[in-house]
Design a protein around this ligand. Structure first.
Ligand code: PLP
Length: 460
C-alpha cells in the first residue's frame, strides 16, 4: 500500500520528476486514489504541445496483494509475472504500488526509448486523443501520412505498412513475400530463419522463431520454415533455393541473447538472396530505431533489405508495428491484400512522430553510443574476475552479460530487490540490459554496482 498522501503533497516519483511541464497538483480522492492534473504549453522542435487540465487517477488506493489476487482470478495465466504492481513512471524510474522506486534498465522490453511519461510525448498523446483518436483506415489522417513519410525518408524503404505489434509486422512481411512471388507467377513457399531467432508468437512469426518449445504445442504452425545457423553463411547457402520466398534475420538478436550478426553474414545473405531471387527481411523490432547507436541496426553492414519490420520503441510505449519495403515489393500488393482496423491510428502516429523527432535530434545517437560504451566498459571493469561471467557484449544500449550457467533469472531477481530492473535472454544464461535511450552516466553508475552485487550473490 502506498503510504497516506495529504492533499497537495507530492507522492514519491513526481517530486523528483525532471519535466518540461509544470509540476502536477495532487488531491486525494475519498476512494484512496490520487488525482493529479497539470497544465503546460511548450514549443519543441517547431511543434506546439499543450496539455490542458489533463487529469488522471493513479490507482494507488489498492494494495499490491489485492491487485495480484484480482489478476490471478480474471486474467488468462500466460505470463509468469513478478509480484510487483507498477503504478507510475518518470524518465528511467518506475514506482510500484508500495512506493518502492526502481531504476528501469529494461524499458518494457526495449520499448520505452524516451523513458516513462516523457512530457512532450505525453502531451502529443493527450492533445491527439482530445482531437481525433480513431477513424479506421478507410480515411486518411495527417499523422499517418507524416509518419510514413518520415520513415521512408530515413530508410531504404519506399513504402510503409502499419500494424500494431512486432509479430504483426513479421506476419505482414511473410504475406508480402508470398505475394511478391505469387505476382511473378512463382508460388514460393519456403522461408529461412536462424538459430536464436525470435520473430513473434502468431502462427507465421512463431514458425520463424527458433525455440521449439514455443512452437511445439501449437503445431502445425506455418509450414515451410528452415532454420540455418546464425552467423554461418554456409548453412544459409545450403538451404536457399528457387523455393525460398524470403530469408528473415535480426541484425542483432535480442531475445536470443544479444548476438550481433556479423557484417559478412548480413552482406552474404544479401548476395545469396539476390542470386536466388529471394527477399531479404531484416527484423529490427527490438534492435531498430536508435537502440544500437545508429537509426537502423543494419546500417553498419552497408546493405539494405527488401523488407524491414519495426515495432517496440516506435510509438514510445503505445502499440505500433510497421513493415517497410522497397517499391519493387510494394508493386505486388493490391487493395485488400492486407489490413488492420487499428493500425496507424492518429494517436500512435502522433506519439511515434515525437519519438522520431527525438531520436533524430542532433546528438541523440551520439548520446546512445557514448552511454553504451560507458555501460559496457563499466560492466567489464566491475565484473572482471567474477566466476559466473563469461562475457559482456553489446552494441549501443542493447547489452548482455553472458553467464556460464542458466542463472540469469536469479541475477534479475537480485537486481530487482535492490531496485534495478533488467531481464534475462538467451537460454536463461544472459542478463539483458536495455535501458531507455535517455539514461545518463549517473544512472549507469547507479546500476553497475547493483548488477555486480547481484552476480556475486548468485555466485555465492
Ligand atoms: C526481434 C523481435 N521480433 C518480433 C518480436 C515480437 O514483437 P511483439 O511482441 O510486439 O509481437 C519481438 C519481441 O520481443 C522481437 O524481439
Amino acid at each position: 500500500m502506498m503510504g497516506p498522501t495529504l492533499t497537495g503533497q507530492v507522492p514519491a516519483g513526481f517530486a523528483t520528476a525532471p519535466s518540461l511541464m509544470r509540476r502536477p497538483t495532487f488531491h486525494n480522492t475519498p476512494e484512496g486514489n490520487i488525482r493529479y492534473s497539470f497544465k503546460d504549453r511548450s514549443i519543441h522542435g517547431g511543434r506546439k504541445y499543450v496539455a490542458g487540465c489533463l487529469s488522471t487517477i493513479a490507482n494507488a488506493g489498492h494494495s499490491t496483494g489485492d491487485i495480484i489476487a484480482k489478476e490471478n482470478a480474471h486474467i488468462l495465466q500466460t505470463y509468469g509475472r513478478v509480484p510487483i504492481v507498477m503504478v507510475r513512471g518518470q524518465g528511467p524510474r518506475l514506482w510500484d504500488a508500495d512506493g518502492k522506486e526502481y531504476l528501469d534498465f529494461m524499458s518494457g522490453i526495449a520499448v520505452n526509448a524516451l523513458g516513462h511519461s516523457d512530457p512532450i510525448w505525453a502531451s502529443a498523446v493527450a492533445v491527439q486523443s482530445a482531437t481525433l483518436a480513431h477513424v479506421s483506415n478507410i480515411y486518411y489522417t495527417p499523422q499517418q501520412a507524416e509518419l510514413a513519410e518520415r520513415l521512408t525518408q530515413k530508410s531504404f524503404a519506399d513504402r510503409v505498412f502499419f500494424c500494431n505489434t512486432g509479430a504483426e509486422a513479421n506476419e505482414a512481411a511473410i504475406k508480402f513475400s508470398r505475394k511478391f512471388h505469387f505476382a511473378k507467377g512463382s508460388a514460393r513457399k519456403e522461408f529461412i530463419s536462424f538459430s536464436g531467432s525470435f520473430h513473434g508468437r502468431t502462427m507465421g512469426s512463431l514458425a520463424l522463431t527458433s525455440k521449439s518449445q514455443y512452437r511445439t504445442p501449437f503445431e502445425p504452425v506455418m509450414p515451410g520454415t528452415l532454420f540455418g545457423k546464425f552467423n554461418d553463411l554456409e548453412s544459409a547457402r545450403q538451404l536457399i533455393n528457387a523455393n525460398t520466398a524470403a530469408v528473415f534475420v535480426e541484425p542483432l538478436q535480442g531475445e536470443g541473447g544479444i548476438h550481433a550478426a556479423t557484417i559478412e553474414f548480413l552482406q552474404g545473405l544479401r548476395s545469396l538472396c539476390n542470386e536466388h531471387g529471394a527477399l531479404l527481411v531484416f527484423d529490427e523490432v527490438q534492435c531498430g530505431l536508435g537502440r544500437t547507436g545508429t537509426l537502423w541496426a543494419h546500417e553498419r553492414a552497408s546493405v539494405t533489405p527488401d523488407i524491414m519490420t519495426i515495432a517496440k520503441p516506435l510509438a514510445g510505449g503505445l502499440p505500433i508495428g510497421a513493415a517497410l519495403m522497397t517499391q519493387s515489393v510494394a508493386d505486388s500488393i493490391q487493395f485488400g491484400d492486407h489490413g488492420s482496423t487499428f493500425a496507424g491510428g492518429p494517436i500512435v502516429c502522433a506519439a511515434a512522430i515525437t519519438v522520431l523527432d527525438r531520436i533524430e535530434a542532433k546528438g541523440f545517437l551520439e548520446h546512445v553510443n557514448s552511454m553504451g560504451k560507458i555501460l559496457v566498459d563499466g560492466l567489464k571493469d566491475a565484473l572482471r574476475g567474477c566466476e559466473r561471467v563469461v562475457e559482456v557484449r553489446g552494441t549501443g544500449l542493447l547489452v548482455g552479460v553472458q553467464l556460464s550457467a542458466k542463472v540469469a533469472g536469479k541475477v534479475v531477481t537480485a537486481c530487482q530487490t535492490s531496485g534495478l530492473l533488467v531481464i534475462s535472454a538467451g537460454d536463461g544464461d544472459v542478463v539483458r540490459i536495455v535501458p531507455p535511450l535517455i539514461i545518463t552516466e549517473d544512472d549507469i553508475n547507479e546500476a553497475i554496482p547493483i548488477i555486480k552485487k547481484a552476480v556475486l550473490e548468485v555466485e555465492a
